[in-house]
Design a protein around this ligand. Structure first.
Ligand code: HEC
Ligand code: HEC
Length: 151
């Protein structure tokens, strides 16, 4: 009996430790109207990568702003395509959440580069001309170049 109890205690401790393992990826994908994100404008990949504390290792993440660039533009979307001007194959469409943030942990092969465009709730569109080799949008936007924004 004593051994059984020790065994159960050891087992449950072990499971608890496993659940708290921070160095483990999980699937986290933004959706319109969800509000689980935070840190608008910060480079999400400072933390949401292997070895840092952020839950889920993002392959693409960033923030979309409204016109005044002071608050997030809610519930739009981000499209990643194989060719410039939002053309070619659509690799991924990511919904922007209610805070203006978008993120995904899905595998994305950037290969020799991919193209990106953003969409508002009334069909507004903005296209990035050059290609990207990294999905950490806020490492440039709001840092070395303008924030991403829509009317
Ligand atoms: C300074 C580090 C840091 C930055 C920068 C950061 N995060 Fe996080 N994030 C965390 C940590 C730590 C957690 C887990 C604990 C918590 O919820 O606060 C988390 C949790 C989350 C969650 C909840 C995940 C879940 O499974 O419930 C989402 C969504 C999220 N972050 C999105 C983002 C987005 C989008 C950005 C960039 C705009 C971002 N984070 C920037 C550290 C960060
Ligand atoms: C390496 C830096 C860098 C990264 C990473 C980056 N961008 Fe850009 N982005 C720029 C620069 C510079 C411009 C302006 C020139 C151009 O369009 O190529 C731009 C332009 C844009 C525009 C057009 C803005 C306008 O006013 O017309 C959109 C939309 C955009 N980026 C979205 C994104 C999204 C979404 C991501 C992440 C998936 C991203 N960018 C990642 C540097 C970057």
């Amino acid at each position: 009996m004593k051994y059984l109890i020790i065994c159960i205690i050891t087992l449950s401790l072990f499971t608890a430790c496993e659940n708290e393992d921070e160095d483990e990826n999980e699937t986290v994908i933004s959706q319109n109207y969800s509000d689980e994100s935070h840190n608008l404008s910060q480079n999400c990949m400072n933390c949401h990568v292997q070895g840092e504390g952020g839950e889920g290792w993002f392959t693409v993440a960033g923030s979309l702003y409204e016109k005044t660039q002071t608050s997030g533009y809610p519930n739009g979307s981000v499209k990643i395509t194989s060719e410039p001007n939002a053309s070619g194959t659509t690799i991924k469409t990511i919904e922007v959440d209610s805070k203006g943030n978008f993120y995904t942990t899905q595998t994305i092969d950037f290969g020799n580069g991919l193209y990106v465009s953003v969409y508002g709730t009334n069909g507004e569109e903005k296209i990035m001309m050059s290609k990207i080799n990294t999905g950490s949008c806020n490492s440039c936007h709001g840092n070395t170049t303008d924030k991403i924004w829509l009317e």
